[in-house]
Design a protein around this ligand. Structure first.
Ligand SMILES: [Zn+2]
Length: 512
């Protein structure tokens, strides 16, 4: 037994902090209140510290990192992750060749394959994990499995195959479907296809998470498309990492949040998630027109060798830019590590070339494996999104070769330290709710997200005064400050800020 004594309990419901002790027995929270005489319990003094449920990161991209026992999420206080985001999941099994560069996020899988959701869950149980994992089925992965990187519509036999594979994954406990509609091959799916697939997800009481078809000039239409899928199928819709990209689109945020509120009023079940940073991260190919990526990386590189096609891709890429090349920072450049940390504009100037051509040349030189950080949004819009009552806080953070985005290491400490404590954007209990009770309720994670007797003992103990991060875009991989203890299913995962080998995370299979 573990007794957390003298702390301020912030229980994850949004209620104000209260003085309470927490008793853990086995994997569960036994009791909450004033608990004095508990023989045999290990007593931990939590004077001056907040005790709250473990953070639930519903958009983590930690599919592989969890299996590798990486500790950047547990060190932030994350005890549950939802993986398979933005259309990319490790199952159903992916072709080994002719993928687009965005699948590079899974390059460390080194040819391993997971046939279906069950084989992924089995692997988590066999290899163990710091955190609990629920898994979405990625639409790009599903399409890659069925028709590779082809741009054609799924219909007839291919549609039936996709439906059958998705049904199987849902039967096995996948929590829903994720799309990445501005990335190939998910982008090749139209509204009709998504409505059909989400109909299956709805039958299993699952969730639909949408990395939108556009976050720039057409974001309003993209949000309307996601909401329409909810209207037509009744599936709960999650708008992933909501933001409007580029100064020219910053004024669209009010309209988008208004659309969400109106859809909720009409009975559509809508949720939002956001990471607390102004910059995003992606492969540079996300800036290219989607036709340029049909057939995969080799086909793209081949197209870029033709002068006319290169010009066409350059023109369309430039037309669709909503920020500037000086806003695009390189973080993975295979073979040219010296360029990491420079902007595309810096390199363009040194090469005496224009930004878009420099970007495409760098893409060729790195064989398509060009990961960038892109400064996208305004702090005012970030405040509006994070403050919206339906927004959960996420990391969206994975580890890449070169420099990873600092969100991978510092999301929750930055949120609680900078935006909640220092800037006062919301009360601490509301912030905790956005990282715990809200995402648990949203994704049907029973017995988690609220610190109460009878629930699973997933807990974080941190100092509201000290919590923070020094992780920056230049120096991302720094451990957080102020997070003292993390407990997963009653086992120590972090003590005095140091991760343990507890590995008490479990596979969370979704059951209708
Ligand atoms: Zn995404």
């Amino acid at each position: 037994m573990i007794l957390l004594k003298n702390g301020d309990l912030i229980d994850g419901t949004g209620s104000a902090p209260r003085r309470a002790d927490v008793l853990i027995e086995g994997t569960m929270i036994q009791d909450v209140g004033t608990l004095d005489h508990v023989p045999d319990a290990e007593v931990v003094d939590c004077q001056g510290l907040a005790i709250c449920p473990g953070f639930i990161d519903v958009h983590s991209h930690g599919d592989l990192e969890a299996l590798q026992h990486r500790d950047e999420k547990i060190c932030q206080g994350v005890t549950t992750e939802v993986v398979g985001n933005c259309g990319f999941s490790l199952f159903p099994n992916l072709p080994l060749e002719n993928l687009v560069p965005s699948f590079e996020i899974f390059k460390d899988r080194e040819g391993r394959q997971w046939d279906d959701a069950e084989s992924y869950f089995d692997d988590i149980e066999k290899q163990r994990s710091h955190t609990h994992l629920a898994a979405l089925t990625g639409h790009s992965s599903l399409r890659a499995h069925v028709t590779g990187m082809r741009a054609d519509k799924l219909e007839g036999a291919t549609l039936r195959q996709a439906e059958s594979v998705l049904t199987n994954c849902m039967e096995q406990g996948s929590i829903g479907l994720s799309t990445g509609l501005n990335e190939v091959p998910s982008s090749y799916g139209d509204l009709d296809e998504l409505v059909k697939l989400c109909g299956i997800v709805r039958r299993y009481d699952g969730f639909y998470t949408s990395h939108l078809r556009d976050y720039k000039f057409h974001i309003v239409e993209a949000v309307e498309e996601a909401l329409e899928i909810g209207r037509r199928t009744g599936v709960p819709v999650q708008l992933s990492h909501l933001q409007t990209v580029g100064r020219k689109n910053w004024d669209k945020m009010d309209k988008i949040l208004d659309l969400v509120d109106r859809a909720v009023n009409d009975g559509v079940d809508v949720g939002i998630d956001a990471y607390p940073y102004l910059a995003g991260s992606c492969n540079l190919t996300q800036f290219l027109p989607v036709w340029a990526l049909e057939g995969g990386t080799d086909a793209l590189l081949e197209r870029l060798t033709n002068v006319d096609t290169y010009r066409q891709i350059a023109t369309e890429t430039e037309e669709n830019m909503s920020n500037d090349w000086e806003d695009i920072l390189l973080c993975t450049v295979p073979g040219q590590g010296n360029l990491i940390g420079q902007t595309v504009r810096d390199i363009a100037e040194s090469r005496k070339n224009v930004g878009v051509d420099t970007a495409l040349d760098l893409l060729i030189e790195s064989n398509g494996r060009l990961q960038v950080i892109s400064f996208n949004q305004s702090e005012e819009n970030l405040r509006k999104v994070l403050s919206h009552p339906r927004t959960a806080v996420i990391t969206d953070g994975l580890v890449v070769e070169g420099k990873s985005h600092p969100r991978t290491f510092g999301t929750y400490p930055k949120f609680f330290g900078e935006y909640v404590r220092d800037k006062g954007w919301m009360a601490l209990e509301e912030a905790v709710w956005k990282a715990t009770g809200l995402p648990a309720q949203r994704f049907g994670l029973a017995g988690r997200g609220i610190a109460a007797a009878g629930n699973w003992a997933d807990l974080v103990v941190f100092s509201p005064e000290k919590i923070g991060t020094h992780a920056t875009y230049e120096n991302p991989d720094l451990a957080p400050e102020g997070i003292e203890y993390v407990i997963v299913n009653g086992h120590w995962a972090l003590r005095h800020g140091i991760p343990t080998e507890g590995l008490a995370g479990t596979a969370l299979r979704h059951r209708a």
